[in-house]
Design a protein around this ligand. Structure first.
Ligand code: NAP
Length: 291
């Protein structure tokens, strides 16, 4: 294998810039402040949130967690979202997913104030991307993947890119972004007849499914020149692994992201970039309003 596409060095290089932006916003009167609603206390989810809190402290942003009981009533839960949406001190917010089953009929992603939509899941946010405008908020995981590719000088334009998984948070927005950057994108999913047919032809393979060992050496071409981005996060044999059978493919690719240490930290870094952007936009709106 030529290269392991780790996130750490890249983030260490870029985080100072975000911290300086955050300090400048605070000086101008609006400190970046991430507000998070968590329902229940699943240890894995809590550890994701702790990581987001750590990143906030690295860029000198405030962080608030509203941790609600698993059996909270719907009305009370919705009141908390509204309060966060209206709280002038909070400049970016999201509800940590997944939610308990009794909230299955709620699409909370559409209840977040679009001005504070740091996750980038609101339809108003996606609409802009759909129209080809990439200057606003971009969903965190797709944004992190593009940053990782570009920082490693991996060409996107003209490349054949296969994405496996078409979820609203990863595969779909990622396909829009890569298409906008002039890649030819194929989106595979659970009904795709023969995934190998597509992966073996691709320059870049991105797997976002949630099944360990799904992608093996048999999915690759024999030239050892493909790039693999592994989005999956799975518990397997008491270990955290991706969708890709790392041991079977590692010597047959040009570059690959590790799990953990690849797309995961890039996602949290993108959340911080989005927080700086929402804070900047809110401050600009306030300044326009006071003119
Ligand atoms: P999701 O909403 O469950 O979507 C999974 C997608 O995979 C669906 O489009 C599904 O197809 C497709 N799929 C399921 N089985 C398949 C198969 N056998 N062959 C091909 N496609 C198949 O999942 P998600 O939220 O996108 O997350 C996917 C994985 O990425 C999970 O492991 C998650 O933990 C991880 N993740 C990681 C990050 C990160 O920062 N690293 C961020 C988000 C998610 P259908 O549409 O046909 O059902």
């Amino acid at each position: 294998m030529e290269r392991l596409l780790r996130a750490k060095t890249l983030i260490d290089d870029k985080i100072l810039y975000l911290k300086q932006k955050s300090q400048a916003l605070s000086k101008q009167g609006l400190k970046p402040h991430l507000g998070v609603i968590l329902v229940g206390n699943n240890p894995a989810t809590l550890s994701y949130i702790k990581n987001k809190e750590k990143f906030c402290s690295r860029i000198e942003a405030d962080f608030s967690l509203i941790n609600l009981p698993e059996d909270i009533e719907k009305e009370k839960f919705l009141e908390h979202i509204q309060r966060l949406n209206e709280d002038h001190s909070v400049t970016g917010c999201f509800v940590q997913l997944p939610l308990p089953n009794h909230f299955n009929d709620l699409d909370v992603t559409q209840m977040i104030n679009p001005l504070k939509d740091v996750d980038g899941f609101h339809l108003k946010t996606i609409e802009k991307i759909y129209q080809g405008d990439l200057t606003g908020i971009i969903p965190c995981t797709p944004k992190g993947i593009i940053t990782l590719l570009e920082a490693n000088n991996i060409q996107i334009k003209g490349m054949d890119i296969v994405i496996i998984g078409r979820s609203y948070i990863v595969g779909k927005p990622l396909s829009l972004l890569l298409e906008r950057k002039n890649a030819t994108v194929t989106l595979c999913h659970s009904h795709t007849k023969d995934i190998k047919k597509y992966t073996s032809q691709a320059d870049i393979i991105i797997s976002a499914v949630g099944i360990p060992l799904l992608i093996t050496k048999e999915h690759l071409n024999p030239q050892n020149n493909q790039i693999i981005i592994d989005v999956g996060i799975n518990r397997y044999n008491n270990k955290l692994v991706g969708d890709v059978d790392f041991e079977s493919v590692k010597d047959h690719v040009k570059a690959i992201t590790p799990v953990p240490g690849g797309v995961g930290p890039m996602t949290v870094f993108s959340l911080m970039e989005n927080l700086i952007l929402t804070t900047t936009n809110i401050l600009n709106n306030q300044n326009k309003g006071s003119l």
